[in-house]
Design a protein around this ligand. Sequence first.
Ligand SMILES: [Fe+2]
Ligand SMILES: [Fe+2]
Length: 384
Amino acid sequence: MDFAKVPVSARATRVHRLFELVANRGVRSKDSLFGKLRLGGRRADYDDENYTFHGGPADELRRQHFDKSLRLLWKAERSAPFLPFKDANPLERAISDQALKALSPDERAVVERMSSDAFKALLRREYTLRERQALVSLLSAVGHGEAYAWLVASEMIGSLKSTGAKAAATAQVLEEAKHFVVLRELVLAFELPVPRLTAWEYLLLEGVLRMDGLEKLFGMNVIVEGIALSLFGALGHLPGMEVLKLFHLDEARHTALPQNYFKVFPMSAWQRHNPFARLSRFRLIVGALPLIFALEDDMAELGLDAFEFGGSVVRKVAGLAKRVGFFLPVPLDGFVSSLDMVFNAYCRLTRPEHSYRKFSGVETSHRSVRGVEREILGASLVGA
Ligand SMILES: [Fe+2]
Ligand SMILES: [Fe+2]
């Protein structure tokens, strides 16, 4: 390039460089000393000398979560055109238009972009009022959870080491934001009152937001997202609810983050066995258990047995927790069996015909999404 160079004083440059070297050493020594004395120090866990975050690039984590998230990024305008989103780019819009043009008139009528009114009519046609109320209740329960997932994921960026893991958490922030706003519009399309958080969800979600650092991976990515994954897996095949399968795909990836992260940055023995952490994990789960009982009548309206659902969730989250090393004060397998006993005792009291069932052996995710779960959670945690 033919730049018209600006004349500078070589001496001034030398003086400035020297001044910067001294200032740099001073600033960093002060922060390093304060850091060691736990009096503050450098706030960012950023390693500018190696141009990466502490923990290194962790490219595999980036590929497994950030790259994959962008590859599978879905847009509400294409996947749920009956909702008021304009998030598709011109290329995506052109591809949709081309695909529609290639169809016969009959085929086109089936896949024609559904308007918001047509969607509302579909909901009224397919579901009774009580069924719609049940769907609103279950979907809004997850919807409130998405708000917390958004907040927790943004805090995780600061707690995870390495460039790859921070990229993964950033992708999750974007996805949780999308889940929250899209699910909110989907729930509002029912035109029914939206319930607040139940006390049990409130305790669970506030508890997760308050958890320290990496413990949030247990509260959010294992417990809360394990529940959300299972609910999307159980409802995504219902008429008008197909977009939930895309949520399911994202949540499956989120539940895999702890496992992939701790493979690169293993938890210390203290982190796994710390009795205070074990107790706070246990308290979180026990505080959330009444939720299963609270959802029983809404689930029943949609043909779902809350205890089968609870059993399916408990098997998956206990399996994930065990694999990663998020132990409880009691053995995880024993905990799952004792929950089976609690569920059965309750059913014996409230269901006249009840006989013992191993609820934790049931699979409530629909057949059409089990492949995704098997790929991410492993075949041993997902029913055939
Ligand atoms: Fe989500
Ligand atoms: Fe998620």
